[in-house]
Write a protein of this length. Structure first.
Lengths: 113, 114
C-alpha cells in the first residue's frame, strides 16, 4: 500500500492564482481531511469528508474548496491564492475501525508571493 | 466545542531524563485521544492512542493514560533518547452528529541533548 499520497511536494504561486492540491489514499478509508500547519498554531482543520459525496467545513475553510467524488481522492482547491495561505498542507485519512487514527500524507509546502 | 491544551515548549532534556508533556482537553461525549509525533522535515505519525476512559496507550517507551475524571492524557517516557527530538501533538477525535473532527493541541517541541 502506498498509504496517503500528496502532490506536489512544493509549490510557489503568485497572489490571485488558483491551483489544486492532490490527495489520494489506497486504504479504502471513509474519512479524509485537510489541515494546514503554521508556526505556533499547530494543525488546523480546513475541510473534511466522511464519505464520497459528503464534505463539511473545518476550522479555517475560507478560500478553499473540496469535493469527494471517489473514496480514494480528496483534492483541495485554492480559488484565488493569498499570502496568508502560505503554509504546509497535510492530507489525512482514517476509518472508524481504528478509532479514527489518522494516517497523514507527507505534506505540500505552499508559498504565495 | 472541542479543545486541546498542551504544555508549551520548547522542552530541553538531557539523554536518559524523564519526560512528561501535559495535555488536557474539553469535549462532549466520549472522544478518542491521540499523541502524534512529527520529526524534523516529516509529516505526522501516530505515536499512541486511547479510545476509552482508563485505557493506556503505549509505544516506543512512551505511555499515556486516558483520565476522564481529570480530562487529561499526559505523555510520559522514563528515559528519553536523542532520537526522540521532535514535535509532539496531543489530539482528540469526536465522531457523531456535527462533531466529526480531529482537534490538535499546538504542539510541544522536545530537544534531547546527548
Amino acid at each position: 500500500n502506498a498509504g496517503v499520497t500528496q502532490t506536489p511536494k512544493f509549490q510557489v504561486l503568485k497572489t490571485g492564482q488558483s491551483m489544486t492540491l492532490q490527495c489520494a489514499q489506497d486504504m479504502n478509508h471513509e474519512y479524509m481531511s485537510w489541515y494546514r500547519q503554521d508556526p505556533g498554531m499547530g494543525l488546523r482543520l480546513i475541510h473534511y469528508s466522511v464519505g464520497a459525496g459528503i464534505t463539511d467545513q473545518g476550522e479555517v475553510p475560507n478560500g478553499y474548496n473540496v469535493s469527494r467524488s471517489t473514496t480514494e481522492d480528496f483534492p483541495l482547491r485554492l480559488l484565488s491564492a493569498a499570502p496568508s495561505q502560505t503554509s504546509v498542507y497535510f492530507c489525512a485519512s482514517s476509518w472508524a475501525g481504528s478509532g479514527y487514527e489518522q494516517y497523514f500524507g507527507p505534506g505540500t509546502r505552499l508559498t504565495v508571493t | 466545542g472541542n479543545s486541546v491544551t498542551q504544555m508549551e515548549g520548547p522542552v530541553t532534556l538531557s539523554e536518559e531524563a524523564f519526560l512528561t508533556i501535559n495535555c488536557t482537553y474539553t469535549a462532549t461525549g466520549y472522544p478518542s485521544l491521540f499523541w502524534y509525533v512529527q520529526y524534523p522535515g516529516e509529516g505526522l505519525q501516530l505515536l499512541l492512542k486511547a479510545t476509552k476512559a482508563d485505557d493506556k496507550g503505549s509505544n516506543k517507551g512512551f505511555e499515556a493514560t486516558y483520565r476522564k475524571e481529570t480530562t487529561s492524557f499526559h505523555l510520559e517516557k522514563g528515559s528519553v533518547q536523542v532520537s526522540d527530538s521532535a514535535v509532539y501533538f496531543c489530539a482528540l477525535f469526536n465522531s457523531g452528529g456535527s462533531n466529526y473532527k480531529l482537534t490538535f493541541g499546538k504542539g510541544t517541541l522536545l530537544t534531547v541533548n546527548p
